[in-house]
Design a protein around this ligand. Structure first.
Ligand code: 5RP
Length: 213
C-alpha cells in the first residue's frame, strides 16, 4: 500500500522539476519510483542525509534548498493524517528539514498506507526536536501542557539535536498546539504539520489508492 501510494505521486511530477523528497519507508518507495523517471526531473532536495544517499545511489542530483529557492512539489510520508490533511510527522526524526521543505513547496503531496488515517491526532507520540541543553526545561513545559515526554534513546537528528516523543497530548486543535510547542525556548520544531499541512493525501488502501485534497 505504501508502494502504491508512492507510485501514484509520480503523477504530480512535471518535466524539469526539482522535487522535494521526504524521509522514511514510504518516501523510500517514492525515491525508487522516481529513479524510473529520473530523466524527467532536474534534481531533488532531500529532507535527510539518508534520503540524500538513496537519491544519489539512483543517480539523481541532490541540491540544497538555498540554491534552488522554493520548490513546486514536495512528496513525503507521515505517521498520522486527518481528513483535514493535518499531520504528525517525525517518526524517522527528520521533522525539522521536512517542515522547512514543506514550507518552501507550492504543493505538498503526502503518501501513506491507509493505517495512517486517524480521526484525531495523537495516538502516535508527537516528536519534538530540542536543542540538547534545553531538554529538561522543554520536558517540564510539555508536562504543563498535559503531555508525557520521553527522550528518544540513542538518537541524534541530522541537525545534532535530541528528540522528545510526547504521549498523551490531546490534540484537538493542532494549529494551536503546534504554535504553543514552538514557543518553548529550546524547541527547534515539533512534528505537527497543521499550520502548513499537506495539500494532497494519497492513501494506499486494500481497494487501491484514494486521494484526499
Ligand atoms: C520521518 C517521517 C516519516 O514520513 C514518517 O515517520 C513515516 O514513515 P514511514 O513512511 O516509514 O511509515 O516523518 O521523519
Amino acid at each position: 500500500m505504501k508502494q502504491a501510494a508512492a507510485r501514484a505521486a509520480l503523477d504530480y511530477i512535471e518535466l524539469g522539476m526539482i522535487v522535494g523528497v521526504g524521509t522514511g519507508s514510504t518516501a523510500n518507495h517514492f525515491i525508487d519510483a522516481l529513479a524510473g523517471i529520473k530523466g524527467k526531473i532536474d534534481g531533488a532536495v532531500a529532507s535527510s542525509e539518508a534520503s540524500a544517499e538513496r537519491l544519489k545511489k539512483h543517480g539523481i542530483a541532490v541540491l540544497g534548498l538555498n540554491e534552488t529557492g522554493d520548490l513546486p512539489l514536495y512528496v513525503d510520508g507521515t505517521d498520522e493524517a486527518t481528513k483535514h490533511l493535518h499531520l504528525i510527522k517525525g517518526g524517522g526524526g527528520a521533522l525539522t528539514r521536512e517542515k522547512i521543505i514543506a514550507q518552501a513547496s507550492e504543493k505538498f503531496v503526502c503518501i501513506a498506507d491507509e493505517s495512517k488515517l486517524v480521526d484525531i491526532l495523537g495516538a502516535f507520540p508527537l516528536p519534538v526536536e530540542v536543542i540538547p541543553i534545553a531538554q529538561s526545561l522543554v520536558a517540564r513545559q510539555i508536562v504543563k501542557l498535559g503531555g508525557d515526554p520521553a527522550l528518544r534513546p540513542n538518537f541524534t537528528t541530522d541537525n545534532g539535536n535530541i528528540i522528545l516523543d510526547v504521549k498523551n497530548l490531546k490534540i484537538l486543535n493542532p494549529v494551536e498546539i503546534e504554535a504553543q510547542l514552538n514557543h518553548i525556548p529550546g524547541v527547534v520544531t515539533n512534528g505537527l504539520f497543521a499550520r502548513r499541512g499537506a495539500d494532497i493525501l494519497i492513501l494506499g488502501t486494500a481497494a487501491g489508492t484514494v486521494i484526499l485534497d
